[in-house]
Design a protein around this ligand. Sequence first.
Ligand SMILES: [Zn+2]
Ligand SMILES: [Zn+2]
Length: 152
Amino acid sequence: MLKTTTQRAKRRILNKTILYQKPCKQCWETFRPTRSNSQKYCSVECRTKVQKKQVEQWKEKHKENGGSSTYYKLRFEIFKRDGFTCQYCGRTPEDGIKLQIDHVRPKKHGGKYIPENLITSCLECNCGKSDILLDAEQEKRFIRAYSGHSVK
Ligand SMILES: [Zn+2]
Ligand SMILES: [Zn+2]
């Protein structure tokens, strides 16, 4: 009995001390959270604004990839073409890796989301490569390897 009361009291103190002021992630005005510190925005307006923005970004991304169903379909076709094997290190999901799609020529450098420029990669290889531009020879090796073997 005593324990629960102290716990409750403790929690109350904790709540009070923990709720510190911080800047709103949307408008950067300092505010004090009313419920918990996971509150990121000062108001409902700010939160809605952010959510709307995220939806727009998501739509933008999928538009760029030709709509989500085409996106996933192509993604799977690439995996299939590459024999569900990371083209950089040769591992397969049986080796405990997760397959991803990598742009041979990074998007940042004008690489397109087309079969010729896409390659099956594992998380490690993909992260390691990131936006690194391969030299012309290496790029040719990966890009040319599949020309004439295009995916519908
Ligand atoms: Zn705000
Ligand atoms: Zn790999």
